[in-house]
Write a protein that binds this ligand. Sequence first.
Ligand SMILES: Cc1ncc(C[n+]2csc(CCOP(=O)(O)OP(=O)(O)O)c2C)c(N)n1
Ligand SMILES: [Mg+2]
Length: 529
Amino acid sequence: MTKRPLGAQISHMLKDRGVDVIFGIPGVHNQEMYRGIEEAGITHILARHEQGAGFMADGYARASGKPGVAYVITGPGLCNIMTPMGQAYSDSVPMLVVSSCLDEVAARKGQLHQMKDQRAAAETVCDWSEEARTAEAAYVLIDRALAEFEMQRPRPKHIQVPIALLQSDAAPARPKDHNRSLISAEHAQTTDLSPILAAARRPVFVFGGGAAQERSAELATTLCGRFGAAAFTTYAGRGVVSPEYPLLFGSYLANPGSVDMLARADVVVAIGTTLAEVDIWRPHLGHACAFYRVDIDPEVLRDGHVADDAILSDSFTFMDTLLSAQPQTSISDWTTDEIAQARARWRSEADADRPGIVPICDALRDCLPKNTMIYSDMTQFAYVAKEVWDMDRPGHWHHPFGFGTLGYATPAAIGGAVARRGQPTLAIIGDYGFHYTMQELGVAVELGLSLPIILWDNGKLKEIEDSMVRAQIAPNAVVARNPDFCKLAEAFGARAVAPKSLTEMQSEVVAAFQADGPTLIYLTPAVSE
Ligand SMILES: Cc1ncc(C[n+]2csc(CCOP(=O)(O)OP(=O)(O)O)c2C)c(N)n1
Ligand SMILES: [Mg+2]
């Protein structure tokens, strides 16, 4: 048993548990955690700000399904990563943040990186935040976090370790117990909805991000087809149902017109969705019929969307069980016409609300390689795309949904590209949001990531300006002087292009996927005129 300082042992333990990449920033407080990274065979990615490290870990986790791990220092390092932790909390992303902490704070004021209660601060934005006071406690907490990522709704966790403990010699953690089954018995619990769905004339499925696993994709479409069900997806659930499926309403749940369609349903089954404010932008879905919910998280099943029956199950098991039941004859009254008409109406409403973006979405989608993974930011471009852009596979469009923070897309796409080296990744971000984390461009250059970054420059904080106008506030504080974005990208060592037409944009996007580093693709509304 090799004794090493605990900081080094932690990296060795993480490697043993399957962690290959850690995002972070070292400092004198957490440097012991850096002693063992290379020795353990883990790649460390040095972000330019802890917020970048957190978003990279998030993007990595969303792309790989593995936990995103970040190392940060006491105090400011932890504070800086709290926004990504809050984002990962709202969007159910498995993220593990390990930080140092001071050995003692009560009697010694004015120490480097001191804050009043770091652990409690972190706890406000994650599932749990714990301090390890012994090496064994650190190991137990790490294994608990990793087990919970697999068994429960995944959410970020924070473990802090006192500096002196990180420095002190410790025996290694026990090797991973491969025999331990992580399948929780409660996930097998399902109710048979088969006869109810077979008898329904207008069944509707609503699929959320919880159903957006690759293995669920064909299941969901087959399930809808079996019962002649119409389907909605939330933004996070896009791609769960094939865009070829004729009864797909798409991701238009936030369009008020979706209420009328849901009112026609005689059974609604919501799978893996919180039906949160950011999904439906109204308190009630709009149905007036039997309503069933399926979720892995009991808290979701107990919320305000009261169901006739709440089924505690992961979405895959639920769908698989439902499909294994004996098929019964099922007649559906949904017509492809009513669905196509509703979709066409909603698409033109999206275009009218935020003009000029739909044609760019169409052109962009047409030129992307099939399995492109997209990361978007809080920009009007994404708000339009989330509705009009059908995905042909689940889990390939990531957005800062719940917490809704700016600056997500660039670093999250970097994390995603690291997780899927050699496969296409794209970022979409607005001119204002780009400022939040643009320094992470340096990381993409360093790593030689062939990452196209679509920068949508409408010259302002357009969504906020529009909102102020609607509220009859004279628009103010909505224009920031922008730099020459192309020169800026070039200063980082990235490529930069400013296509003048949609066809030019398409060839630049194709070229960007072939490049040996990131490309800033600078677009203004003029590109579609
Ligand atoms: C951290 C954070 N601060 C503030 C906001 C509020 N906010 C949402 S969108 C937006 C403007 C974004 O401007 P831009 O990136 O240019 O996108 P556009 O709306 O112009 O497409 C702001 C300030 C936010 N979402 N996150
Ligand atoms: Mg803007």
